[in-house]
Design a protein around this ligand. Sequence first.
Ligand SMILES: Cc1cc2nc3c(=O)[nH]c(=O)nc-3n(C[C@H](O)[C@H](O)[C@H](O)COP(=O)(O)OP(=O)(O)OC[C@H]3O[C@@H](n4cnc5c(N)ncnc54)[C@H](O)[C@@H]3O)c2cc1C
Length: 330
Amino acid sequence: MPAFRPGQFLTFSLDLAAGAAGEESAGRAITRCYSLSDRPDPAQYRVTIKRVPAPPDHPEFLPGLSSNHFHDHVRAGDVLRVKAPSGHFFIDPDPSIPVVLIGGGIGITPMMSMLRWCIANQPQRSVHLFYGLRNSDEHAFKSGLEEMAALHPALRLHVVYSRPLAADVPGRDHRHAGHVDVELMRQTLPHGRHRFYVCGPPAMMQTLVPALAAWGVPVADIHYEAFGPATVKLPGAPEPAAPVATGVEVKFQRSGRTLVWTGQDASLLDFAERHGLEVESGCRSGGCGSCETRLLDGSVQYEHTPDHDVAAGHCLLCVGRPATPLVLEA
Ligand SMILES: Cc1cc2nc3c(=O)[nH]c(=O)nc-3n(C[C@H](O)[C@H](O)[C@H](O)COP(=O)(O)OP(=O)(O)OC[C@H]3O[C@@H](n4cnc5c(N)ncnc54)[C@H](O)[C@@H]3O)c2cc1C
């Protein structure tokens, strides 16, 4: 199978079976990304998927389509449609620079791949893994990580629970209470250069990544990936040019619709979906390229350069906004 670098992800295209996720979604094709969660192995890929329920404040919404589909309907022996591994979030191979892996919740998955690769290929390399989660209810890879930490002195494991359960024992289940933050790193990391890799929920990304830079970590040593839309601002990033906010026509050629961009949507993807247009999408954060669309006229602006390499003459709907009137092939 195509090789991958530790930290990269797979993009799945799933046909939801009738009745699998409620009548509204039956027969729909959806695209979702999942990080590879084990070290590269030419014979297999592994992904680790968290079942996503409806949001607590909106129990009437359908639960997560893809994650529940995987849990409830995908079985050993099934054949799935998947794109080759991709993404620019992967560990650098220089063994002389210690690494700090920071995973929040299910954001632990790319860290597992990086960690297992380091242990297999660079066992002397110092690795600090900070794993932030609520409590033992969602503690994935618990025994595997404890075994690795016991066997490999170069690995330092820092499990941080934000809402420990009454039965959770400090020192056994978690090492720290609270959140993974710069203060904790100041207390636990030795002096010297480290490469930081961060993947977690938007709130963690939006606070921790800029805090690392403010602490003095060079931007080139901070690598991060969000599992969905998250706005991370790092010093030195170019300020986006002001978007043309209102009154701009966007023509969707294949759909035969011309709509007016009013500036109320965060992206062309949200805009298209709000108007009932069916367009492909995946990560919703500029990483997977599933929403890449031919740009027949006009220009599109991005707040940050997307992680996915956009092909010439194309644009990404999920992180793009019109800078001029547009004609899109979709
Ligand atoms: C690069 C990358 C790597 C990733 N790696 C992993 C990984 O290793 N493991 C993993 O588990 N996940 C990973 N993800 C996240 C994964 O891709 C999916 O986003 C996740 O599984 C949720 O998808 P879903 O289809 O189950 O939920 P969705 O169907 O997308 O729903 C998400 C939430 O929205 C709610 N919702 C439903 N309708 C509405 C509505 N009308 N308005 C508002 N909310 C609504 C749902 O109830 C649910 O809570 C990764 C994402 C990216 C981009």
